[in-house]
Design a protein around this ligand. Structure first.
Ligand code: NPG
Length: 375
């Protein structure tokens, strides 16, 4: 393929309700979309990518304006250089072509996703078949933010259980951990339940965290800091609840290290966090080879990222339900046809590429910024 131009489009989507984690309360999402137009064997093909960087660097060091800047000034120009030097541009070469730029994984992931979408649309192949998905739909879990009160938390969880979500993840932080988990366990019996701390604790909290062992959780996600691989391994040895890592797993290398150290019995795979869907697939493969379960995380994606995540989660090593909820969990109005829950599952799109694209009328309505990076 030859890239003709790349448009960076920022959209603003209000959330149906505020989403509170240990690091922020989000009331809206401002994803950066990549519309990549390329020529493939004489035809013009458009592909889409979605950058999951948050507005502020609170989850990881990346943030919206930084991602836009590095895409505009470094990453997209590097792909132009790559093709001008006579190299063939494929999704499989994007990581290599961008390797001299340090970090910026979410920005790189979005660009690779757009190239992959073009490539697969042009060859009439779906993301699911490219990844080797072995199922047509995936079980749907839901992530429940920190609430104002236990009563309101129980109301929210009850609503999601009624909708058919097959697994509940509760966000926790110091001061909002044992009691909310106990209340949900008591009210909803043996539903599949797990917790996510987003790095809010230290190893000194081990005695407190061990109290969670009483609630038969599927896993505890990222209790300690991003860099605390060794400390996670120490904590894991003293808890019965399986240790799952999210923020710490920034690459296949990190996944291999975490597994070798005994820091992760489970891995949350987020393609943006690890630099792209191809690296995410490598993590799936490494984890499977080591008997470590993986599941697909979510970053409040629009239908674009949701489609790609669902396809990835169709791979056989994704043995736990992911944070792949219906679109209306976060958005009244998504930019694509919405994903809906059907008997606790989300269907994986089967059309070429992502199998979905932004609906032009909606995109026009929610777009707040757009710029074109030409060769
Ligand atoms: O279903 O998309 C979803 C959200 C799942 O809780 C979720 N994501 O820490 O995993 C997380 C959290 C998150 C969201 C992190 C946005 C960073 C940004």
């Amino acid at each position: 393929m030859r890239i003709l131009n790349v448009e960076l489009i920022t959209v603003r989507l209000p959330l149906v309700a505020p989403f509170t984690t240990s690091f922020s309360t989000q009331t809206e999402r401002t994803p950066l979309l990549i519309k990549l137009t390329a020529e493939v064997e004489g035809s013009e093909v458009v592909g889409w990518g979605e950058c999951v960087a948050l507005q502020d660097p609170l989850y990881s060091e990346e943030y919206l304006d930084g991602a836009r800047d590095v895409l505009r000034r470094y990453l997209i120009p590097l792909l132009y250089l790559w093709q001008d030097a006579g190299n063939t541009l494929t999704a499989e070469m994007v990581g290599h072509a961008l390797r001299h730029i340090v970090g910026h994984r979410m920005a790189k992931a979005a660009l690779e996703m757009a190239v992959l979408d073009v490539q697969l649309r042009a060859s009439e192949k779906s993301f699911a078949s490219y990844f080797g998905a072995t199922t047509a739909s995936v079980p749907s879990g839901v992530s429940v933010g920190i609430a104002d009160s236990i009563d309101s938390l129980l109301g929210t969880v009850g609503n999601f259980v009624d909708q058919g979500y097959v697994r509940i993840k509760l966000k926790i932080k110091p001061g909002w951990d044992i009691e909310p988990v106990r209340a949900v366990r008591e009210r909803f019996g043996d539903i599949p339940l797990q917790v996510d701390a987003n790095a809010a604790y230290t190893l000194l909290d081990a005695p407190l965290l061990r109290q969670l062992d009483a609630f038969d959780l599927l896993l505890i996600e990222q209790p300690l800091g991003e860099d605390d691989l060794r400390q996670h391994a120490v904590l894991a040895r003293t808890m019965r609840t399986p240790m799952c890592l999210d923020e710490s797993i920034v690459s296949a290398t990190a996944a291999a290290d975490a597994i070798a150290l005994g820091a992760a019995a489970v891995i949350n795979v987020k393609p943006g966090r690890v630099g792209g869907y191809l690296e995410a697939r490598r993590i799936h493969d490494i984890a499977s080879a080591n008997g470590v379960a993986v599941w697909c995380g979510g970053m409040l994606e629009t239908g674009l990222g949701r489609a790609a995540n669902a396809a990835l989660a169709g791979m056989p090593g994704f043995t736990l339900p992911g944070d792949i909820s219906a679109s209306d969990r976060f958005y009244r109005l998504d930019i694509t046809e919405p994903f809906v829950l059907d008997a606790g599952r989300i269907a994986i799109p089967s059309g070429p590429g992502l199998g979905v694209a932004p609906l032009p009328e909606i995109l026009k309505k929610v777009r707040v910024h757009s710029e074109t990076v030409a060769p």
